[in-house]
Design a protein around this ligand. Structure first.
Ligand code: MTE
Ligand code: MO
Length: 340
């Protein structure tokens, strides 16, 4: 309950918009939100760099800036659909959003700091600190140099045309397009060049796919293909069941995948029949793709589903894939609709 009251999801009705309003973007904060002074904030490059340095926010803003739409999804999105459910944020479908992120590409700054030839990977640490499973740590993650270049990682200070809000990582965060949200470290303070493999808690202990409790697991990284439907009609307050008038109904939604894969197809299932949705042309590389389908709604109960297929040929399953922590459940979204 405590977790669910602190962190919130996207309002599905905002799927109508290309860019999620900042206040409706989901939130996932493990510990307390650090309130940092942007005028005194320093980003430190330490460890195995030949030219280690400290940068102020002002200096970071003086590098070439770029604004890009990126769809971010929490790895725990869909957890509530995986049974037995693990004890963590009980997300259903809403831990996703698309923002216009403004920042500077990180790879050139890392090159400037000159990583030594014995570099193994680079760690990113935030200012938030706390306990998980009895172990205290600052939230942190790592990436290899190759991942950093290939993933177009951005060092971000702006969101939707405004400075980052405290809860979204102010004054500085990473955005790792195409990977689940845990890689996009907020309240970034330290970038360390490591000559040994990273062993941070949020990479080695959590965010791993595990079949059983004693499985050492495989890292959770790229986002799996998924599609959500803007719920048609109007809801019942408590059950959220939808009420729709019979006749023409424009169904629409958004589909996305990870690691730069694009959406090839969205199918809408109505009464065991499959219909191909129309896709938005030329979506941005890291942003979700809008889809739509003109439905002639007939009276009765319907469970509408809308699974997507991406450019790697991966299609969403109809049933949740098993994982101990309920990570990356990309089972097709089902919206229950009553047509009058
Ligand atoms: N420092 C820090 N960074 C963090 C987190 C955190 O708790 N601390 N949560 C991560 C997770 S799990 C997700 S899904 C995203 C959520 O970003 P948002 O709250 O801005 O949507 O931030 C990531 N970055
Ligand atoms: Mo997350």
């Amino acid at each position: 309950m405590g977790l669910a009251n602190r962190n919130h999801g996207l309002l599905l009705e905002t799927l109508r918009l290309d860019v999620t309003p900042t206040g409706a973007h989901y939130l996932l904060n493990h510990f307390d939100v650090p309130i940092l002074d942007q005028d005194r904030h320093l980003l430190k490059f330490t460890g195995a760099f030949d030219a280690p340095c400290e940068l102020t926010l002002e200096q970071i803003k003086s590098f070439p800036a770029k604004t890009m739409p990126v769809t971010m999804e929490c790895a725990g999105n869909g957890r509530a659909g995986v049974s037995p459910r693990s004890f963590s944020m009980p997300w259903m479908y809403e831990a996703v959003g698309t923002s216009m992120w403004t920042g500077t590409p990180l790879a050139p700054l890392i090159r400037k700091a000159a990583p030594r030839s014995d570099l193994v990977e680079i760690s990113f640490t935030g200012a938030d600190y706390g306990f998980d499973m009895g172990e205290d740590h600052f939230f942190g993650r790592s990436l290899t140099l190759q991942q950093l270049e290939e993933l177009d990682v951005l060092l971000v200070f702006g969101m939707n045309g405004a400075p980052l809000l405290p809860q979204h990582g102010a004054p500085l965060r990473l955005i790792v397009p195409g990977w689940y949200g845990m890689a996009s470290v907020k309240w970034l303070t330290d970038i360390e060049a490591l000559t040994e493999p990273y062993d941070g808690f949020q990479q080695m202990r959590t965010y791993r796919f595990k079949e059983t409790a004693d499985d050492e697991g495989r890292p959770v990284q790229a986002i799996r293909v998924k599609s959500l439907m803007l719920p048609p009609g109007v809801p019942d307050w408590k059950t959220r069941r939808r009420y729709v008038q019979a006749g023409p109904v424009e169904l629409m939604g958004r589909a996305w995948s990870g690691a730069g894969r694009t959406i090839e197809c969205v199918e809408v299932e109505i009464r065991d029949e499959w219909h191909e949705a129309e896709l938005q042309k030329n979506p941005d590389r890291y942003a979700w793709t809008k889809w739509s389908y003109a439905w002639a709604a007939e009276p009765g109960e319907h469970g509408l589903r809308c699974p997507a297929t991406d450019s790697a040929g991966d299609t969403q399953p109809l049933d949740p894939p098993w994982d101990m922590s309920g990570f990356a459940n990309n089972a097709a979204h089902c919206v229950n609709v009553f047509v009058e």
